[in-house]
Design a protein around this ligand. Structure first.
Ligand code: HEC
Length: 118
């Protein structure tokens, strides 16, 4: 009889653990979506410039002087790398999200490059 109770308790504990397993990462994912964490990369200027040429200058201007989007020439004075990473990853207003177009490491590299422009 006691074995049965212990077994029942063990089963309940397992069920609880499984529920936790499925709900906790869920919440972490939502947080990640709202405030994505920037991967650690070392700044690669050439690659950042190439990505910006290919993806950003249509709206921000070939000298980043602005156009459809605001000037990014002194973006580092406005936002730090993490903030730029979030804006580029999620998009904002007319600014498209690059989550599905660029790798997180590419966005992080561009964000660090822009953050140095002060
Ligand atoms: C389709 C046009 C478009 C493209 C392409 C685009 N942007 Fe933007 N971007 C905008 C607009 C419009 C805004 C202003 C958003 C707002 O009003 O909130 C903006 C805002 C920003 C900001 C915030 C500026 C600030 O100081 O508030 C950053 C940083 C930025 N863009 C970086 C980039 C980068 C990096 C790329 C390329 C990977 C890029 N953008 C591509 C249109 C674009």
């Amino acid at each position: 009889m006691q074995k049965w109770i212990m077994g029942g308790l063990f089963f309940a504990a397992c069920a609880f653990a499984v529920v936790l397993l499925f709900t906790l990462p869920g919440k972490a994912e939502v947080a990640e979506e709202n405030n994505p964490t920037m991967p650690q990369v070392t700044l690669d200027t050439a690659s950042a410039e190439a990505i910006v040429q290919a993806s950003c200058i249509t709206c921000h201007g070939d000298q980043l002087q602005g156009g459809l989007g605001p000037s990014l020439q002194q973006e580092g004075a406005q936002h730090n790398a993490e903030e730029i990473y979030t804006i580029v990853t999620k998009g904002r207003g007319q600014m498209p999200s690059f989550k599905d177009k660029l790798a997180p490491e590419e966005i992080a590299n561009v964000a660090m490059w822009l953050a140095e422009k002060k």
